[in-house]
Design a protein around this ligand. Structure first.
Ligand SMILES: [Mg+2]
Length: 230
């Protein structure tokens, strides 16, 4: 008898290769909107995106801003870093990015083989702070949707990780107690802290070998290491 019944997986940066996919999408944006005509250098555009996007997501995870704010502010702030201002163009870019981005199919190395391995032993659930429509598109386009019995997002639950309410929502959906779930994610402040506060064991997916300041039950640098734990 396995100790755990359900695996809760984060999606972005844990299974879906956010870095690679966002870079590919930004290149599409850059070419489609001919940003070189605005004297924007692609590498600087990408670096600026990462900085602004990370900042906005941290604010979103703290519930300081809404999803709509991320969509409307992201490219306006990036443009301002280049001393440019064009709200209409930024809105078009944002819509283009939101449409194309989730269709990218880059997965973190080892995703399919570990999902195949785990699917024989456990049920699985996606637990994500991402947008409902966006996350479902990612799961569908990467062909991994069928591995998961449930997809819990901030939109369909009404809560944002690390709020324990979103973990309780997921436990309720699965009809299990906290000790029968384990959370796997790359974000200490949302995935690991939220799981810990909810009485759920956790695996910190930590490919960059950052210091684990929260204290996950397990640390891994590669997804295939999950087969040693589970
Ligand atoms: Mg993540």
């Amino acid at each position: 008898m396995h100790k755990y019944k359900y695996i809760f997986f984060d999606l972005d940066h844990t299974l879906w290769d956010y870095e690679k996919n966002s870079k590919t999408t930004l290149k599409l944006v850059y070419d489609h909107f001919q940003l070189f005509n605005l004297k924007i250098d692609f590498q600087r555009f990408y670096k600026t995106f990462k900085k602004v996007n990370n900042k906005l997501w941290i604010q979103y995870n703290r519930r300081e801003i809404s999803q709509q704010d991320i969509r409307t502010k992201r490219f306006v702030e990036i443009f301002s870093q280049f001393n440019l201002e064009n709200k209409e163009l930024c809105l078009q870019i944002s819509n283009f990015y939101m449409e194309k981005g989730p269709q990218e199919i880059g997965l973190i190395s080892g995703t399919i083989s570990i999902l195949n391995y785990l699917a024989d032993k456990y049920k699985m659930l996606i637990l994500t702070n991402g947008f409902e429509h966006t996350q479902h598109t990612k799961l569908r386009c990467t062909n991994i949707k069928d591995y998961f019995h449930h997809v819990v997002t901030s939109e369909n639950s009404g809560f944002v990780k690390p709020d324990t309410a979103i973990f309780d929502f997921a436990l309720n959906l699965c009809q299990i107690e906290p000790q029968h779930a384990i959370m796997i994610g790359d974000n200490l402040q949302t995935d690991i802290l939220g799981a810990k506060n909810s009485g759920i064991d956790s695996v910190y997916f930590n490919p960059d070998y950052r210091q684990d300041t929260i204290g996950a039950n397990y640390n891994i640098s590669s997804l295939h290491q999950l087969s040693d734990i589970l």
